[in-house]
Design a protein around this ligand. Structure first.
Ligand SMILES: [Zn+2]
Length: 396
């Protein structure tokens, strides 16, 4: 008798033929028919669609207003306006990053997300307090959410002396990666910022995930500098460029050269399908073998009112903005919102195969594309074999 066994009958993995799924001790042990599951708890899948746990590979759980009274959004149009507005609100509202991150994690669990990479603010005003708060949430949810932290210099690095030491201290405290932001537009010292974060990454043996909102040639120059440093330090497979809007703005010859280098150096591009600006050509990157992942970015925070921490909704937005109408295109987007994110997070045991961690979602939909466009409630969410949400309710 296996008390830790769960058999779910009649599910359709990624829309394929019906099968039974057997989970034991947190791991998928079989996916097939006529499984011998003596002693297992049995659930009826009723032909629902089985998806791997969704992966939100870029968000900001320390800063969401989720669960708080509505805040009117009235920040100015520039990135620097939003950063300053956020710093002001942070002082006024005095929200707990631990409470807020827990609120977003629970919402993400309801929506079938099993893995999150979150950027956490580090600056000379708040120091490591948000890092410590999110680390506390990571510990609290350790059995129901895989959480990676990026130490993120939201307010700039070179322009705020003392930030470099704080980023290093954040890594020592338990952050998994070092972040960066617009080395030209915000710091006005692209080589300086990039040298600084690559140096931290090399010494601390961690990866890099850098926010790059810079447009046109400014962004392209920053990407060139990132490529150079990734190559020089042998950091293939450990660098992510988040947003990379400039990839949607460059002349063809320049774009194809960059895509070739991104692929060769195994640099991941993260996109969230932004509403306001050109963004990377997802299918072209994907087909060229560049790793692509996706995230919610900030949800319901000082930056804007949008977002539900739902990676199916994110997939819809990415597909809609890209004008993808074919099922194979939306299946690619779902792959990016699941396997793409798991790869960038280094999850070796991710997937629906026997031997994988039992992280999965059931939804009442016919196909992956149908799930993206209809976004039904997640009827069952399982993390490492544990049921963490049911019928849209978070149980943890
Ligand atoms: Zn972000």
């Amino acid at each position: 008798m296996h008390n830790n066994s769960l058999l779910i009958r009649n599910v359709r993995p990624l829309g394929k033929n019906s099968a039974d799924l057997l989970v034991r001790d947190g791991t998928i042990v079989a996916l097939g028919t006529d499984l011998n599951a003596e002693g297992a708890a049995i659930l009826e899948g009723a032909g629902q669609l089985l998806l791997p746990g969704l992966v939100d590979a870029h968000t900001h759980i320390d800063k969401t207003f989720w669960g708080q009274p509505w805040q009117r959004h009235q920040a100015g149009p520039r990135i620097i306006d939003k950063i300053e507005n956020e710093r002001r609100l942070r002082r006024e509202l005095k929200l707990s990053a631990e409470t807020q991150s827990a609120n977003q994690i629970r919402q993400a669990i309801r929506m079938g997300t099993t893995h999150i990479r979150t950027h956490v603010d580090v600056d000379t005003e708040i120091g490591l307090s948000s890092i410590e708060a999110v680390l506390a949430s990571k510990e609290h949810f350790r059995e129901s959410m895989t959480l990676q932290l990026v130490a993120f210099p939201q307010s700039g690095l070179m322009i705020r002396p003392g930030t470099q030491a704080l980023l290093e201290a954040a890594i020592d405290a338990g952050a998994d990666l070092v972040g960066g932001i617009d080395p030209g537009a915000i710091d006005r010292d692209p080589a300086g910022q990039l040298d600084c974060i690559f140096d931290i990454a090399e010494r601390k043996q961690v990866g890099i995930d850098i926010h790059l909102h810079e447009a046109d040639q400014l962004g392209a120059t920053s990407i060139e500098l990132i490529l150079e440093r990734t190559r020089a330090l042998g950091m293939q497979g450990q660098v992510t460029i988040s947003h990379a809007f400039c990839l949607g703005m460059l002349p063809e010859a320049q774009l194809s050269g960059l895509i070739e280098s991104l692929q060769a150096l195994d640099i991941t591009i993260m996109t969230h399908g932004p509403g306001h600006i050109a963004f990377p050509p997802i299918k072209r990157l994907y087909e060229a073998g560049v790793r692509v992942c996706a995230g919610s970015d900030g949800i319901r925070d000082a930056w804007g009112p949008y977002g539900n921490a739902d990676m199916l909704e994110r997939a819809m937005l990415m597909g809609f903005r890209s004008n993808y109408r074919h099922d194979d295109e939306l299946e690619m987007i779902l792959d990016i919102c699941s396997f793409g994110g798991a790869r960038v997070m280094g999850m070796a045991d991710y997937g629906l195969e026997p031997g994988c961690s039992a992280d999965f979602v059931l939804v009442d939909a016919e196909t992956p594309t149908h799930a993206i466009v209809s976004r039904p409630p997640r009827s069952l969410v399982c993390k490492a074999g544990r049921i963490v949400a049911r019928n849209g309710e978070c149980l943890v």
